[in-house]
Design a protein around this ligand. Sequence first.
Ligand SMILES: [Zn+2]
Length: 176
Amino acid sequence: MENTIPIVHKQVHGHKQKPLNIPRGLEERLACPDCKAGLVLVGEGLLCGACSHVYPVADNGSMPILHCDKSEFANPEYADWERSRSKGTRRRSYRQARLLPKTNVTGIAKPQRNRFVNEVGERWVLNVGSGEQKIILAETWVNLDIQPHNNCDVVGDANWLPFRNGSFDGVCCTSV
Ligand SMILES: [Zn+2]
């Protein structure tokens, strides 16, 4: 279903939200991860025009944090794990802590990913679970991750994608 709610910039309560500092063309692709309606930039962040949920944006205007309340990563357990990270203590990864099977397909996936990047050219690609990206592959390559890594464009859960339907021409997902 194509969503046609326009993005309108407005201010509420006198607070000025810094303009979004995200790749051009990405803002109109963002949507509420819960109800898929369009988002409006307001004083506190990005407001869903339908369910009135307000999503935070990093202080520099980059990296909208679009976690659906239903996401398992929006739960207190994950919030505790995130806090342990900020203390600088060494700890197991979230995957290890939850005893999920270990995955390591980076060596296999890299040449395939590079070929994919060449093939998609200027088309819009969603990189699901982007992790710590060393380089920005293309302006139209959108990095989504559950955590606010370097060069991540949008923080969110792949189970509750915070984008309008039909926003991307391709999807890439490696080592997730
Ligand atoms: Zn909503």
